[in-house]
Design a protein around this ligand. Structure first.
Ligand SMILES: [Cu+2]
Length: 151
């Protein structure tokens, strides 16, 4: 009986790994211990069809506000980065006029056209290179993709 339980546990772990791994489960401790006065602001502008800059670099342990702004007048755009969102401790996502959302992690954020903006407050945790892209229509094929590095 114990043998069967072990097999099911192993299968469970495999399915989590295939889904892109677990999020940073101690994110609340990290957010609490971080000195947010040291926060740096990085801005990424989404346009039809680009991410500028298309390479974002962050230091593990350093707190950041990532400003994601849609400067396109025609299209909504996504900041889709499921692996990156699982590699950071998320404090919140803020929509500056409307409110803020607190959650363990996100998979994608959508910015409305003509200046839509969301600010991600986070601490990078797991070092690596992670893709970011827009999942609307053929935006990714047209060049809306980039790389996020955590060093
Ligand atoms: Cu797009």
């Amino acid at each position: 009986m114990r043998f069967v339980v072990v097999i099911f546990t192993a299968l469970g772990l495999i399915s989590v790994a295939q889904a892109g791994g677990e999020y940073v489960t101690n994110y609340q401790d990290i957010v609490k211990k971080t000195d947010w006065k040291q926060m740096k602001t990085v801005t990424v502008e989404l346009d039809s069809h680009s991410c500028e800059p298309d390479a974002l670099e962050f230091k593990a342990g350093q707190p950041y506000r990532l400003v994601m702004r849609n400067i396109s007048g025609e299209d909504k755009h996504y900041f889709t980065a499921p692996e990156f969102f699982r590699a950071i401790a998320t404090r919140k996502v803020q929509s500056n006029k409307d409110g803020e959302i607190k959650a363990p992690y996100f998979t994608a954020l959508e910015m409305m056209k003509s200046g839509g903006q969301l600010d991600l407050y986070f601490v990078p945790v797991k070092k690596g290179a992670y893709p970011v892209y827009c999942t609307i229509g053929d935006h990714r094929e047209q060049g809306m993709e980039g790389k996020i590095l955590i060093n």
